[in-house]
Design a protein around this ligand. Structure first.
Ligand SMILES: [Zn+2]
Length: 178
């Protein structure tokens, strides 16, 4: 089987955690929510649920939006720099995975590092507080990949579908990889 051609049908149950990158909103007091659906991330580790009826064993389901979202590449540092509450970070994802061209949806995810802003003001203090609350590292943008590699592996490109979806219709193209 050609894994590149058939990558859209490929939902591997991976043993090694896969590295991903994403953003969150800080809610104050060390809390985080998903910037995609507003769901709380009360702890570093979460398990995705589907609100459209998929059983836990089916999440993330193909042709659904369920699962924890993560990109293969770090979001650009500028993606969250101008906002007071958006932060980037690295996760590892494991269990069932739906691979997309720019990122993946996974069943389980754990934050392994949060990204420190360049500024030294309130936002930096909030990131450090959030990282301490969750028990994860807070590192500069340039150190994010190295920090992530301590916890997982990159999903090999042959398991990723080609980038054929038009950007306007593709959630994964919001922060196309550099
Ligand atoms: Zn679903």
């Amino acid at each position: 089987m050609n894994l590149v051609e058939h990558a859209g049908d490929f939902a591997p149950d991976l043993v090694v955690p896969i590295i991903g990158y994403r953003q969150w909103r800080m809610t104050g007091g060390g809390g985080l929510t998903s910037m995609y659906d507003g769901a709380d991330w009360p702890e570093a580790e979460i398990t995705a649920r589907c609100d459209r009826g998929h059983a836990p064993s089916e999440v993330p389901a193909k042709n659904c939006g369920c699962g924890v979202y993560a990109y293969y590449d770090p979001c650009p540092r500028t993606a969250s720099a101008t906002t007071p509450d958006l932060i980037g970070g690295a996760v590892v994802v494991w269990g069932r995975i739906e691979a997309h061209a720019y990122g993946l949806r996974g069943k389980h995810a754990r934050i392994v590092a949060l990204e420190l802003p360049l500024s030294r003001g309130r936002k930096r203090r909030a990131v450090i507080e959030t990282a301490e609350t969750l028990g994860v590292a807070a590192v500069p943008h340039r150190a994010l990949k190295t920090a992530a590699l301590e916890h997982g592996a990159v999903l090999q490109p042959s398991l990723r579908p080609k980038k054929t979806v038009t950007r306007a219709a593709n959630i994964w193209s919001r922060y196309p990889p550099a």
